[in-house]
Write a new protein. Structure first.
Length: 99
């Protein structure tokens, strides 16, 4: 397979204290799941639960069997520690007290 027939994709996983970006060259037609498994992140971070927390490409949720395109950034999501609406209200309330 020629180098030009390969897709370049990034697989990303972030925790509160670290972010890992794995760049891969994969054949055309590869799926999200195949790229994630090839990245080695499942073995490195056993807490990853793809079906439970989901994955996305550039911030949009995608299916695990969706095909990838050249330049895609696969993001492995993790559970939220706080409800975003509650956290936003707390930050807003904190900002009002400072004034």
């Amino acid at each position: 397979m020629s180098e030009s027939a390969l897709l370049r994709v990034d697989v990303v996983y972030a925790k509160s204290d670290t972010q890992v970006v794995i760049e891969l060259k994969m054949p055309s037609g590869v799926t999200v799941t195949e790229a994630i498994h090839r990245s080695g992140l499942i073995e490195r971070f056993p807490e990853i639960e793809l079906e439970k927390h989901g994955v996305g490409i550039f911030g949009e949720l995608v299916g695990l069997n969706d095909p990838l395109r050249d330049g895609d950034r696969v993001e492995i999501y993790r559970p939220l520690l706080a409800d975003p609406k509650v956290a936003r209200r707390a930050r807003a309330a904190k900002g009002k007290k400072r004034k």
